[in-house]
Design a protein around this ligand. Structure first.
Ligand code: FYN
Ligand code: ADP
Length: 588
């Protein structure tokens, strides 16, 4: 028996003979697909059964894969994407045709945007009928629809091509910049049979699916020359750096150069947030003042103000960038990059590290001192806020409790979505280990919460703390049933302030409806969990929240804590209010 990531035993890999015929043994499409996945060490499938893949989900389970069955495909897809990010293996999401496929597609597009490897496998209706638009059951040209929303899309029509289809999907998802791949499997394919021996030979074990890409020596030298001359250098670590699993070399590079670093949200913990070189608490200052910035697996997109403008101290003179990325076309996408370093992060950072030599001078003390001063000021201010115990709780007082639990369990996974709930948690809750934080990512998407939490629990076997805005939780809330069904050690904390952003907006139209941002007052989200046999707690004080979290983490039982937050707390869109277009009247 082989061991699986979740610790359960996995039966030996073998080819399943489905029929004995006079001509010899034969195998069907179902089993060729299962064997192709197993051959490539895929041990878990996230999905939702239905026509035409219901039997496939059963057979996958029988043949030793773990099948995590969700209540909505979007969350199964998000789980697959998070699993891909955490493991460097493509996460698999399995759906039914048309509507199920479309539900999974949001997750596939989100995975692609975030550079997470996943494969969406959807059953589909019969090509002959779909292409003539003759009105088949769940008729849809899924391949055409998926194509522009992912890295690659393939359809397999013949059983003998299943091996190639899976191999191509794995390679496309993992190689170069990782991303989402769509694999279209028409219903008829599953029942096709072929000679078992030929079938076995048609399967492909993918060799080196994410080949290292070694940076050119002159690119390394160019980057080091630029860095050597820097007076106020800064390193920005992105989730690409977290994905790369080059943790030791990244840490060595940061520490050997002595350069302060700014972690993007999912790179938090790559080095502990409490590391003396962490500049997160002086973010505005370091971005504006740095003269040379090393981007490691972080794009200059909206989250980094496109590398220009006031955030980057546009009025303070030229800023130069060194960018490490596997995708050459990312370079110069927003501003000129003086020293591109193209390759996989592990190879690039190792090469830079090798080029530092023994004499590398640490950044000027004036730069480090100025950052330390800003940090101290912000940390002191933050500590004072976190010490308060207002009634009802506000975001900060509730998060100070959560912060202590994460500190005590640095190995726990942390999932976070919302607006204010996300923004406050990002700066208040320190992370201590790599790839522990999963959040809304590049799109700032709501709805990843329960899918990511399930994947985090299934893939790592560690406890999961999911901190959710009440609005954000609503997108995937029904998956608490999934969490209870698989008895996953997930502690969900819903920050309930009665609405989107806050709960106090008024309808000014004179009708009886609530304002669009307001929810049912004093809702009891905890009861959703008790409905399925989990633990539900209604927490109105920091002490109650603390006690409930202690119990949840100790017991490992599925728990939902309804944390009552002051409904006046929270600002429109959290820290990204400026992205809201305003009417001319409001501007005046
Ligand atoms: C950070 N900060 C801290 C700390 N960490 N202070 C004290 N202690 C600690 N540990 C300070 C930091 O210096 C900043 O202050 C401030 O807190 C905010 O830091 P943050 O969160 O890193 O930075 P900011 O400005 O919010 O970053 C911009 C951003 C971020 C775009 C990267 O907002 C982001 O990731 N947003 C995602 C939003 C999103 O997707 N929302 C979902 C959709 S919501 P100063 O240095 O003084 O500035 C739809 O409505
Ligand atoms: P963040 O949102 O944290 O800033 P992004 O998602 O914007 O991070 O950027 C991640 C970047 O990392 C992408 O440009 C992607 O091409 C790159 N990347 C992902 N994996 C690797 C890898 N193994 N090696 C090099 N670059 C990578």
């Amino acid at each position: 028996m082989e061991a699986r990531a979740d610790g359960q035993a996995q039966p030996e890999r073998h080819l399943i003979m489905t029929h004995d015929t006079e001509a010899g043994e034969s195998i069907d499409g179902f089993h060729l697909l299962i064997d192709a996945l197993k051959l490539n060490d895929i041990d878990t499938v996230f999905g939702l059964p239905g026509i035409p893949i219901t039997d496939l989900t059963r057979m996958l389970q029988t043949e030793g894969l773990r099948v995590i069955s969700f209540r909505h495909e979007q969350h199964a897809g998000n789980a697959a994407a998070a699993a891909g990010f955490l493991t460097q293996k493509p996460g698999i999401c399995l759906t039914v045709s048309a509507p199920g496929f479309l539900n999974g597609l949001t997750a596939l597009a989100n995975a692609t945007t975030n550079c997470f490897p996943m494969i969406l496998i959807s059953g589909s209706s019969e090509r002959e009928i779909v292409d003539l638009q003759q009105g088949d059951y769940e008729e849809m040209d899924q391949l055409a629809i998926a194509k522009p929303l992912c890295k690659a899309a393939f359809r397999v029509l013949h059983a003998e091509d299943i091996g190639v289809g899976i191999a191509r999907a794995i390679r496309a998802a993992l190689s170069g910049r990782p991303g989402g791949v769509y694999l279209d499997l028409p219903a008829k394919l599953f029942a096709q049979t072929m000679d078992a021996e030929k079938g076995r030979k048609s399967l492909i074990k993918v060799v080196d699916p994410a080949p290292r890409q070694i940076p050119a020596p002159d690119a390394i030298q160019r980057a080091l020359n630029l860095l050597k001359g820097a007076k106020r250098p800064l390193i920005v670590l992105g989730k690409g750096a977290a994905y790369a699993q080059a943790d030791a070399d990244i840490r060595a590079f940061v520490e050997k150069t002595g350069i302060p670093y700014q972690p993007m949200s999912m790179a938090k913990g790559l080095l502990p947030d409490t590391h003396p070189q962490c500049a997160a608490a002086a973010r505005s200052y370091v971005l504006a003042e740095a003269d040379v910035v090393v981007l490691i697996g972080a794009r200059l997109n909206w989250l980094l103000s496109h590398g220009k403008g006031k955030t980057w101290g546009a009025d303070k003179g030229a800023k130069q960038f060194i960018q490490i990325d596997i995708a050459p076309t990312e370079i110069d996408s927003n501003v000129a990059i003086a020293a591109p370093v193209i390759g996989d992060i592990g190879s690039c950072v190792a090469a830079l590290l090798g080029g530092l030599g023994n004499e590398w001078a640490k950044p000027p003390a004036s730069w480090l001192g100025a950052i330390a001063e800003r940090k101290d000021k912000n940390l002191t201010k933050m500590a004072a806020t976190l010490a308060l115990r207002p009634s009802p709780m506000n975001f900060q007082s509730a998060l100070s409790v959560i912060r202590d639990h994460v500190k005590a369990r640095p190995d726990a996974m942390f999932v976070n979505e919302g607006a204010n709930t996300l923004d406050f948690a990002r700066s208040i809750v320190d992370m201590y280990e790599p790839r522990k934080r999963l959040d809304v990512g590049t799109w700032g998407i709501m709805g990843i919460g329960m899918g990511f939490a399930v994947a985090a629990a299934v893939v790592t076997g560690k406890p999961v703390i999911a901190v959710e805005g009440d609005s954000a939780f609503g997108f995937s809330g029904m998956e608490v049933e999934t969490i209870c069904r698989y008895n996953l050690p997930i502690c969900i904390v819903v920050f309930n302030n009665n609405g989107v952003y806050r709960g106090t907006d008024k309808n000014s139209s004179g009708t009886a409806d609530m304002a669009p941002t307001v929810f049912v007052k004093n809702a009891r989200y905890d009861m959703l969990m008790t409905a399925f046999g989990g633990v539900g707690v209604h927490a109105t004080t920091a002490d109650e929240l603390d006690k409930a979290m202690s119990e949840a983490l100790a017991s490992g039982r599925p728990t939902l804590i309804n944390a009552v937050i002051d409904e006046t707390a929270g600002t429109e869109s959290g820290r990204i209010t400026s992205l809201n277009p305003q009417t001319t009247a409001m501007k005046k």
